[in-house]
Ligand binder design. Structure first.
Ligand SMILES: Nc1ncnc2c1ncn2[C@@H]1O[C@H](COP(=O)(O)OP(=O)(O)OP(=O)(O)O)[C@@H](O)[C@H]1O
Ligand SMILES: [Mg+2]
Length: 423
């Protein structure tokens, strides 16, 4: 088809975007004219509108694969299956899987380059040592001490541990309410050890295609082994290792099995891999994960206490115009049970007000304590819900032994003041 005719088709589609037949003709013309990427845009619209004929699905899937649009390729594959297409499905599936496997290899960099948008800062695509350290984590003295003893010391003074026959190994599971620094702390642990930090997020692993999640998880460990001594961090462990007894699907069970195998292998091969994990829902994590040599050290990361909040506020306000008028301590005193992330939200709200004011007056109003306190009034601590849930587990699920730290924390004045009784 000539360029002119394609152009007029394009205009026709613009004029009647809902005419799927017209769009299909355009998409096919674009594909035939070697304009694959443009054609895919239209094919995708058609696919979403369920207006892509079954006989075209595999062809479009193939074109998507060529263009490295794996997501679209898989969507086509899925649609083809649903439409009862048989011939060619297995072949395309294989091609998609091969590409995925290749990607996992290339993804090594993506996994390593984690931290985009994460203020913790991190390795930028290379597997260099992590630069965040405990100094970047406000407060949390107790937790830091614990991790120092459990993770950092066995690495820096192996002879001491050998002398007493104490084996290093076994992973650390951090748990607690959202936004309270679990990820930050894991990253900082890598920094303290002078090791690279590999962040494995749940979305890097979980995949609706059968067998792919397991392979992704295995690949994450392979990558870590290839990097050498490092801290491998599994975020949202409950999502990866959801309690098997609560599960009907065999898919999730297989994922738990893969994770157990990988963890047990570390125990025996001594590759210098330190595994850390985090979860908001430790009670949903499969029990088998918590056996010796696996995640046998379970550490509660509570909401920041007052000194920690002062610290966190200082970090988040340091760069703002303030004329030295901000009393972070006063704000910390009024923000009990606020998570680190909540505190950041408080600062952001106060800043929004300043911007409004600046727009009105044309000046550059400085950040001040009343502004922050007013903002704090309007932010509800996001840890409450979690603490409420934890309370139920500790009190009623006969889990008080395992969650002793939580129980102790729930008994503190700070919590009792804010957590309604008897719920
Ligand atoms: N102790 C802290 N010191 C400094 N900043 C903190 C601290 N705790 C939390 N923050 C801030 O809050 C942000 C969120 O923390 P982080 O992502 O580590 O929480 P999390 O416990 O992993 O939360 P989630 O359970 O939602 O994954 C951090 O990026 C940091 O800006
Ligand atoms: Mg996190």
């Amino acid at each position: 088809m000539s360029e002119e005719r394609i152009e007029s088709l394009r205009r026709a589609v613009e004029a009647s975007p809902d005419d799927t037949m017209l769009r299909l003709i355009l998409a096919e013309a674009l594909l035939a004219a070697d304009l694959g990427e443009q054609s895919l845009l239209h094919f995708e619209v058609l696919l979403q509108a369920r207006a892509l004929p079954a006989e075209s699905l595999l062809q479009v899937g193939g074109a998507a694969l060529e263009a490295d649009r794996l997501d679209l390729a898989r969507a086509c594959l899925e649609a083809a299956r649903q439409a009862g297409v048989v011939e060619g499905v297995a072949a395309l599936q294989r091609r998609v899987e091969d590409r995925l496997a290749e990607r996992s290899g290339a993804d090594r960099l993506r996994v390593l380059a984690d931290g985009a948008g994460d203020p913790g800062g991190g390795p930028d695509g290379d597997a260099g040592p992590e630069s965040t350290t405990f100094a970047d984590v406000g407060g949390m003295t107790e937790v830091k001490k614990l991790i120092h003893r459990m993770v950092v010391l066995p690495r820096s003074r192996p002879e001491l541990f050998a002398r007493y026959g104490r084996r290093a190994g076994g992973g650390v599971l951090l748990y607690g309410p959202p936004g309270c620094g679990k990820t930050l702390l894991a990253r900082a642990t890598a920094g303290e050890c002078g090791l690279p930090f590999l962040n494995v997020r749940i979305e890097d692993v979980i995949d609706p295609y059968q067998g792919v999640s397991e392979r992704n998880l295995h690949q994450a460990f392979e990558t870590a082994r290839a990097v050498g001594p490092c801290v491998l961090f599994l975020d949202e462990l409950d999502g990866l290792a959801y309690a098997r007894h609560k599960h009907r699907g065999s898919e999730a069970r297989r994922l738990v099995d893969v994770l157990l195998q990988e963890l047990d292998a570390i125990g025996s091969d001594n590759t210098g891999l330190t595994v850390m994990a985090a979860t908001n829902a430790p009670w949903d994590v499969d029990e088998a994960m918590l056996r010796p040599g696996r995640f046998d050290r379970v550490v509660f990361v509570p909401p920041p206490d007052e000194p920690a909040r002062t610290d966190i506020l200082r970090v988040h306000t340091a760069e703002l115009p303030s004329q030295g008028t901000v009393d972070t301590g006063a704000v910390a005193a009024r923000t009990s049970l606020f998570s680190g992330a909540d505190l950041r939200a408080v600062v952001e709200r106060a800043v929004d007000e300043l911007i409004e004011e600046s727009l009105r007056t044309g000046g550059e109003p400085p950040l001040d304590t009343p502004g922050l306190l007013a903002a704090a009034e309007r932010v509800r601590p996001s840890t409450l819900e979690w603490l409420q849930r934890a309370k139920a587990y500790v009190e009623f699920a006969n889990q008080s032994e395992r969650y002793e730290d939580v129980a102790a924390y729930l008994r503190t004045r700070e919590v009792r003041r804010r957590l309604p009784k008897g719920e």
